[in-house]
Design a binder for this molecule. Structure first.
Ligand SMILES: O=P(O)(O)OC[C@H]1O[C@H](OP(=O)(O)OP(=O)(O)O)[C@H](O)[C@@H]1O
Ligand code: HPA
Ligand SMILES: [Mg+2]
Length: 169
């Protein structure tokens, strides 16, 4: 996980922060769909990280049609392309027209490259974006540098920290 790449910095996101940033993304997407009133047809979450922001966005935009797509990345000695191992309902998403595809972040853009092939007309949105992956997203909220690892609230726990003086009392 964290040893996948040698990251210089860490960006730690709380549940509260994620909620606010996902809401900001929903605000940006509201009324931007291709429907007459700018409505979106469905939300597709990229599992698993996209599910929390997708739920928040579906709630804010009152979208009840929610599905998932699962992409598996293979990291063997010879790195092969990520593959879709679970597709959304084809009758619901079609070629992606009017569909909002949501993920927590884009890093290299490999995951979204595969998802875009599956739903070429979808609007792809992530909460966070790194520069390498930015060309793959239509909308995002916060950019972080490529050498930053983003820590999500579901991967963290509250813990004690020493005071700046280093003395514990
Ligand atoms: O832009 P990329 O370099 O492809 O990386 C971004 C993807 O990596 C993470 O998912 P991961 O595959 O770790 O699975 P998870 O969502 O189940 O944690 C993250 O949630 C994105 O989906
Ligand atoms: O920065 C990241 N944080 C969490 N998961 C990830 N998957 C790719 N990049 C990241
Ligand atoms: Mg993911």
């Amino acid at each position: 996980m964290t040893d996948r790449l040698p990251h210089e910095k860490g960006f730690h996101v709380s549940w509260d922060q994620l909620h606010r940033d996902a809401r900001a993304l929903a605000w940006r997407l509201q009324g931007q769909g291709p429907g007459e009133d700018g409505a979106w047809k469905a939300v597709v979450a990229i599992t698993r990280g996209g599910m929390a922001p997708a739920m928040i966005i579906a709630r804010e935009l009152d979208i009840r049609m929610v599905d998932t797509i699962s992409v598996k990345s293979y990291h063997h000695q010879t790195q092969s392309e990520p593959q879709v191992i679970k597709s959304p309902n084809a009758d619901l998403v079609g070629d992606g027209e009017g569909v909002l595809v949501i993920d927590d972040l884009v890093d290299t853009g490999k995951t979204l490259e595969v998802v875009r092939k599956h739903m070429p007309k979808a609007h792809v949105a992530t909460v966070y974006a790194k520069p390498m992956g930015k060309p793959q997203v239509n909308s995002y909220i916060t950019e972080v540098s490529q050498d930053t690892w983003i820590f999500f609230p579901w991967d963290m726990a509250l813990q004690y920290v020493k005071p700046y003086t280093g003395k514990d009392d």
